[in-house]
Design a protein around this ligand. Structure first.
Ligand code: FAD
Length: 481
């Protein structure tokens, strides 16, 4: 960033979903000015920007603690403030006498609008402002088809996106950061009360290590272990065969370029078969694709990508919705998923598809209601990915699964959790059922299912009838198209 040498003052790095020191272009740009650097995180309260859900706030709390320690270790501090971002930035600039502000770009529509407004306001005040690419492999506007239009289909999108990524080098974390003479005021993190109390529902979240070190360790573990076999293993919810990097990626504790570079290095070193690593990278590609779609179709969080779905006859089904969120639909795989989500802030990808499909198609509940629940309960809640995937399941999204492909929760269980390892873990009242009945407990012989019959719900809808009703609703939609 270019700041007139005659203008004194430090540079503010406004940290958002880039809570890391390594390969952080905004931080590097600030350091490269040779000026003191003020790292600042704002718990933003700008109207219109979607507030984080409870599970995300849990994560943020730990991630900010880790980041704060990292800044201390290099002679600096992380400043914390809460309120509308523009107001806070102006206040910190005045108090610190800052000459410039730099941040890494975000791609959600409300964040884009906020950032553009802030950029214009600060520039008008004579403050130098710069923004950088950190959260994605490619800027959404750089991957276009032959007609200079954004892609709507994943496969050609990813082919084109990959072509931009011939050589990716990542920056190491800085070893020292020049501190300003005077630090501006910072809130105390404890005062933000991000960790749930009364009740503290987060006991099961102890599986996570938020922060940059935790992210790098996950990536290392994955690339030296589960990536070998990822192609098949990723569909088996009873295995831990995926990277579980999604919350780390969302909060930017690790960047996609770092993931890409490490995976390519592992491939070149022959640590895992090429095809497995490519499959893993293509999932990272779906993350890119969803961000690109949200960037180009900013109405996605509220509106169907395919407008014909606007006529879908959603049902009012509060009882069904409640049974779904509480994991007592009577379908073991659906209930296991919803309980895993509540207990850990995470749900296996295949089970996300099955639970989402169940809500939309078996219960005919609007995908937006499910998206809102996931938003509140997932530690990796991410607007582009959550909305993109809910619309994918609903059939209303870009390159979506066709609506009429209705997941059968029993068949999916028998295929991907044949011994019921996943169901037994999350639905312990079914633990003693034989494999043959684990996905349809109502078929178990009476003497084996006493406990299950006593404490486990009967299916709230019959699969066959629900399927027929869902297809009927779809016919209605097509009739209206
Ligand atoms: P891995 O299999 O190890 O994949 C590596 C990375 O690729 C992930 O960390 C993630 O960043 C990305 N990725 C993988 N699958 C997808 C996908 N289908 N779409 C986009 N990116 C993907 N993912 C989120 O990050 N946030 C969400 O809010 C979210 N909501 C979802 C809602 C529904 C209904 C569904 C079906 C999927 C959702 N996903 C979401 C996508 C996916 O389930 C998670 O990214 C994945 O389970 C994370 O586990 P992992 O890190 O072990 O993935």
């Amino acid at each position: 960033m270019r700041i007139d040498p005659g203008v004194p003052g430090p540079v503010i790095v406004w940290l958002r979903n880039d809570l890391r020191l390594a390969d952080n272009p905004a931080l590097k740009a600030a350091i490269d000015t040779g000026r003191p650097v003020i790292p600042l995180y704002i718990l933003d309260e700008t109207p219109g920007v979607r507030a984080m859900g409870a599970a995300s706030l849990w994560w943020l709390d730990k991630s900010l603690r880790a980041l704060s320690d990292s800044f201390k270790a290099i002679g600096s501090k992380l400043m914390l403030r809460r309120g509308p971002a523009q107001e806070i930035l102006k206040d910190v600039i005045v108090h610190a006498g800052a000459a410039g502000v730099v941040w890494n770009r975000l791609y959600e529509p409300a964040a884009i609008a906020r950032d553009a407004e802030i950029k214009a306001a600060l520039k008008a005040d004579g403050v130098v402002v710069e923004s950088c690419l950190a959260g994605l492999l490619n800027e959404p506007w750089t991957v276009q088809n032959g007609s200079k239009q954004p892609y709507k289909v994943f496969t050609p999108y990813w082919r084109a996106a990959r072509a931009h990524l011939t050589h990716v080098e990542v920056e190491r974390a800085p070893k020292h950061l020049q501190a300003p003479e005077h630090w501006p005021h910072s809130d105390a993190l404890d005062g933000w009360n991000l960790h749930p109390r009364k009740p503290d529902w987060s006991k099961g979240f102890s599986i996570w290590t938020p922060g940059e070190a935790g992210a790098l360790e996950r990536l290392d573990d994955f690339l030296s272990g589960a990536v070998d076999g990822y192609g098949e293993g990723r569909d088996v919810p009873g295995l831990e065969a995926t990277s579980r990097l999604s919350p780390h990626l969302h909060f930017g504790e690790i960047g996609p370029r770092q993931v890409w570079a490490a995976a390519r290095t592992a491939a070149e070193a022959g640590d895992a078969p090429h095809g497995e690593i490519e499959k893993f990278l293509s999932e990272v590609g779906w993350r890119e694709f969803n961000h690109s779609i949200l960037f180009h179709w900013p109405q996605m969080p509220k509106r169907n990508f395919r407008p014909e779905f606007d006529a879908f006859p959603w049902a009012e089904n509060p009882k069904g919705f409640e049974a779904w969120i509480e994991g007592r639909t009577g379908y073991p795989l659906v209930d296991a998923g919803m309980r895993e989500l509540w207990a850990t802030g995470f749900m296996h990808n295949r089970v996300r598809m099955i639970t989402a499909s169940f809500l939309i198609k078996h219960l005919l509940v609007d995908w937006r209601d499910g998206e809102a629940w996931f938003w509140d309960t997932l530690v990796d809640a991410d607007l582009a990915n959550n909305v993109g995937n809910w619309q994918w399941v609903a059939g209303s999204g870009a390159d979506a699964s066709p609506y009429f492909r209705i997941f059968n929760p029993i068949g999916q269980g028998e295929k991907f959790d044949p011994k019921g390892a996943y169901v037994r873990k999350w639905v312990p009242e079914l633990a003693n059922l034989p494999d043959s009945a684990i996905h349809q407990p109502w078929t178990a012989p009476a003497h084996l299912s006493v406990e299950a019959k006593r404490s486990y719900a009967r299916p709230i809808v019959d699969h066959g009838r629900a399927r027929a009703r869902a297809l009927e609703a779809y016919r209605h939609l097509r009739g209206n198209a």
